[in-house]
Design a protein around this ligand. Structure first.
Ligand SMILES: [Zn+2]
Length: 142
């Protein structure tokens, strides 16, 4: 799915809802912390976060949303953020500096797999939404 052609592959109803969200300003912020990787905040009935990662050609490699919609691979939040990224030409801009994010990334390089697993499990015990996100990521819940 390419950033310039995603319309062809997304369910028309979802696309229409996503376009409406984008036009109404429901995409309240998009951050690029890594090259061609974006985190978008979308508001509506509830707030959701979208993660999109592209390759150098603009092909979408990874797409996640925290919403429960699973009827098609792309939800209206992802579609809205895709419209936003394309409209603002964000793929052509350098990543933003986020000191905390980059400090965490750098710190984690020194962690072993066992330490990382423990960190993740401790967080899972404390944060129900995070637990469900990880379960979904692992394909344990639909
Ligand atoms: Zn969504």
């Amino acid at each position: 799915m390419h950033v310039n052609q995603f319309e062809e592959l997304v369910d028309p109803y979802v696309l229409e809802r996503g376009a409406y969200y984008f036009e109404q300003g429901n995409v309240i912020g998009v951050l690029q912390l890594e090259l061609r990787e974006f985190s978008g905040q979308v508001t509506g009935m509830e707030d959701y976060t979208v993660l999109l990662r592209f390759d150098a050609s603009g092909e979408l490699l990874v797409h996640h949303c925290t919403c429960p919609y699973r009827n098609s691979p792309v939800c209206k939040h992802k579609a809205a953020v895709l419209y936003y990224i394309r409209h603002h030409k964000l793929l052509e801009q350098p990543p933003s500096e986020d000191e905390v994010y980059h400090s965490i990334k750098s710190e984690l390089k020194g962690y072993s797999a066992k330490e990382l697993r423990q960190l993740l499990l401790d967080r899972i015990k404390m944060d129900r939404a995070f637990k469900e996100a990880i379960a979904w990521e692992l394909g344990l819940i639909g």
